[in-house]
Design a protein around this ligand. Sequence first.
Ligand SMILES: NC(=O)C1=CN([C@@H]2O[C@H](COP(=O)(O)OP(=O)(O)OC[C@H]3O[C@@H](n4cnc5c(N)ncnc54)[C@H](O)[C@@H]3O)[C@@H](O)[C@H]2O)C=CC1
Ligand SMILES: O=C(O)C(=O)COP(=O)(O)O
Length: 526
Amino acid sequence: MSKVLVCDPVDQAGIEILSQVAQVDVNTGLPPAELIRIIPEYDAMMIRSETRVTKEIIEAATQLKIIGRAGVGVDNVDVPAATRKGIVVVNSPEGNTIAAAEHALAMMLSLSRYIPEANQSVKNSQWNRKEYIGAEVYKKTLGVVGLGKIGSHVATVAKALGMKILAYDPFISAERAEQLGCKLVDLDWLFREADYITLHIPKTPETANLINAEALAKMKPTVRIVNCARGGIIDEDALAEAVKAGKIGGAALDVFAKEPLGESNLRALGKEVILTPHLGASTAEAQVNVAIDVAEQIRDVLLGLPARSAVNIPGLYPDALEKLKPYLQLAETIGNMVGQLAGGRIDYLNIRLQGDLAEIDGKPILIASLKGLLSQALRERVNYVNASIEAKERGIHVVETRDATMRDYSGSLHLLAKGSLGEHSVTGALLGDQEIRITSIDDFPVNVAPTQHMLFTLHRDMPGIIGKIGSLLGSFNVNIASMQVGRKIVRGDAVMVISLDDPLPEGILNEITKVPGITNAYTVSL
Ligand SMILES: NC(=O)C1=CN([C@@H]2O[C@H](COP(=O)(O)OP(=O)(O)OC[C@H]3O[C@@H](n4cnc5c(N)ncnc54)[C@H](O)[C@@H]3O)[C@@H](O)[C@H]2O)C=CC1
Ligand SMILES: O=C(O)C(=O)COP(=O)(O)O
């Protein structure tokens, strides 16, 4: 039975789903060294933002297939290290959108009316109304940095509060911003004009310290900044300094460069600053959503099915994947065949999508072809996650071409591999949308169904050659299941494809190449 390690607190609804297919160990707050020690036992990990899944942990994992992040941000996972190891990383892109957006809005309003400190003062038996004269958000300008899922919801609600919305997001169109009632502007404009700024971007090398002393200096002295996205997007010392010096109006932070927040200048600040302990996703509803979303994906991957929100499998979207499945199988099979025919080190792979296949997104087919190609060298270590990286690291130059005019089958795939031992090609198609047919080998036309054990020969088409191969195989007690010859001209060069019931015994390939007329022989095992 598979084993899943749940390292951070997640809703019971997720645990129940995982328990249908795996032994689930809930073990939160583990120190890194302990995680490294126990991770080899596990097939899957489920985390939130507290556990850092470092390269060291990933390298120590020997059977880990999936890391499920019950939330959005995967910046606490070394995704490149996971990808390299063929481990799928999934998240829940929408499960906590509303929770995070509402927390940002709550922070904005609390900041405007000093609610946290006013509340504390009443609880401390004071009644100080003069101290807490706030500001209205109505008719003020809100600058939304990052108009993705959370930023869009914040903008929509803020619009209903009567705010004017400016947005900065280099990856969305002005039309999309307009639909949301926002004006798309550049960052400097937003910094200059906004009365409130709210951040809804991922933490990336580009966004780290986006709000630094220089940026703060461009803002209005009354601006209030909300960060419910990621710590490290704001330079915390520069922010504390700006609040203290009255260069900005205030800030509300849910996330910090280092969590839990340690020693910090922010703690000493007054009512202008609100700090919450990373609570954006902490609603009952969001926790049920993300736990179910991610647990279902872990369950599926453990059952050998695809994950719907993998962050490190490029181009494999669930709907497209379902339609493409037979073609992925085809690509993997002929990738595997051409890899074995080419043998040795492969330097170049041309993937030609033909007929109907020329019309579709080729990326998943390309990945499947590479997985097949590398499967001899890497066995089960290669999968859809790491096939592209492995190919790149091996220096395989991959070229995708398309030819919609090739219409012998509705859609076919031609792979040509060049390597240290020469050049080979295989074309395959689907018969009746499911059954794989090999339709050419080294450009010789054939029509064979791939089988587990196959023998290919390149030979001169001449009388007696088939008989000689047949008796040679017979003398080694190898049974032939089927045989086919492909040739372009009579008595010219030809290819023979023989399906065998058993694997070819050691040494026999050498004997076959000694038969007069045979130029080369190859075995392929699928
Ligand atoms: N505080 C909390 O508990 C929570 C925090 N989050 C965080 O909120 C952030 C946003 O999440 P979603 O809206 O779900 O993500 P999303 O992917 O839907 O939106 C992010 C947006 O940022 C934009 N973006 C990327 N790089 C940018 C850049 N350099 N400058 C400006 N815009 C850029 C993207 O185009 C995208 O539109 C993430 O960092 C996520 O981790 C999410 C949930 C809960
Ligand atoms: O989903 C996200 O990106 C979050 O930041 C939520 O973090 P959490 O799951 O509450 O630790």
